[in-house]
Write a protein that binds this ligand. Structure first.
Ligand SMILES: NC(=O)c1ccc[n+]([C@@H]2O[C@H](COP(=O)([O-])OP(=O)(O)OC[C@H]3O[C@@H](n4cnc5c(N)ncnc54)[C@H](OP(=O)(O)O)[C@@H]3O)[C@@H](O)[C@H]2O)c1
Length: 282
């Protein structure tokens, strides 16, 4: 039986058959969001993984067809999502190439694999969209960057945006910025968890029980992010509103600056972006 609560209403996109090739952590998050949000009905989806036993388990968990047969999934699909590891994309493309045609759309969320590489591997004028989502997509709080290949119509780009809108906010960027999106928002949740954990640890240091400190740290991170998103104000302006002259916050800020938090975060995103450029090579 499916563990996902399904709506009885008709699917929002009932005429599109979808293949998710490589349904691991990220593919699973997307697939479950499609079902929860009723974007596609279970019978419109064919997902694949590498291991038979995982295919069987996921199929009964999600109530969708999950196999290890990429070719069958791609043959029947209008929309093909690529969710394998970057270094596995060339082999997967070689496998499905015989069943591709120009009516199909490929959306790849493999880090660092260029749309031109996928177009070349397809060997035809095929719509290829690259996306870079992140794990908070599991709660509908994701951030995804999207960019288009050479043969993508407005309609197909809208479809890709709609798909990623089911799991959070989307931005469309030039492909040259996709590694930066990877370094900032795809790796970013890990950076924020470390900041959050450190804030909670700080709460413990100043005497709060751990659960209370973690809750306060997480809600504060969430609240600050919402202030930026909902007001549209520059973060510096919002920071100034918390910082009373000769108050406590400015003393804390001095310590942050002294410890180099800003520069450290900038360097972390730069390093992650650099690494994203290298990933497709294995
Ligand atoms: N995790 C993130 O935060 C994140 C964010 C943005 C983008 N991405 C991108 O998403 C992709 C997947 O990452 P992930 O974290 O989801 O990794 P993952 O959990 O390891 O998922 C990879 C999946 O691919 C399957 N697979 C491997 N070889 C296959 C093949 N030949 N045919 C069909 N399926 C195959 C694996 O099957 P088994 O389960 O049977 O081994 C697994 O389910 C990567 O390209 C990554 O760059 C990840």
């Amino acid at each position: 039986m499916s563990e996902i609560e399904l709506s009885s209403a008709p699917a929002q996109l009932p005429h599109i058959r979808v293949a998710v090739l490589g349904t691991g952590k990220m593919g699973g998050i997307l697939l479950q969001a499609f079902l929860k949000q009723n974007l596609f009905a279970p019978e419109q989806i064919h997902a694949t993984v590498a291991h038979e036993e995982r295919a069987t388990a996921l199929s009964s968990q999600w109530g969708v067809e999950v196999t290890t047969d990429n070719v069958a999934a791609a043959r029947n699909a209008d929309l093909i999502l690529l969710g394998v590891k970057p270094f596995q994309v060339p082999e997967l493309m070689a496998q499905i190439r015989p069943v591709l045609n120009a009516k199909k759309t490929i959306v790849s969320f493999a880090a660092s694999v260029k749309t031109s590489q996928i177009e070349e591997a397809a060997g035809m004028e095929l719509a290829v969209i690259r996306a870079m989502p992140n794990t908070p997509s599991a709660l509908g709080a994701g951030a995804a960057g999207l960019c288009r290949g050479r043969f993508v119509s407005e309609e197909k780009m809208d479809l890709a945006q709609r798909i990623f809108a089911t799991v959070g906010r989307t931005v469309i960027v030039d492909e040259k910025h996709m590694d930066a999106v990877t370094g900032l928002s795809a790796s970013g949740p890990a950076f924020i968890y470390i900041i959050l954990e450190a804030l909670a640890e700080a709460g413990v240091k100043v005497g709060l029980p751990r659960d209370t400190a973690t809750l306060l740290a997480a809600q504060t991170t969430f609240g600050a992010a919402r202030m930026v998103l909902d007001t549209g104000y520059h973060p510096a302006l919002l920071k100034d509103a918390v910082t009373t002259p000769a108050g406590c916050t400015i003393d804390g800020i001095l310590e942050l600056e002294d410890g180099g938090l800003r520069v450290t975060l900038i360097k972390a995103v730069m390093r992650a972006t650099q690494r994203a450029k290298e990933l497709a090579a294995g």
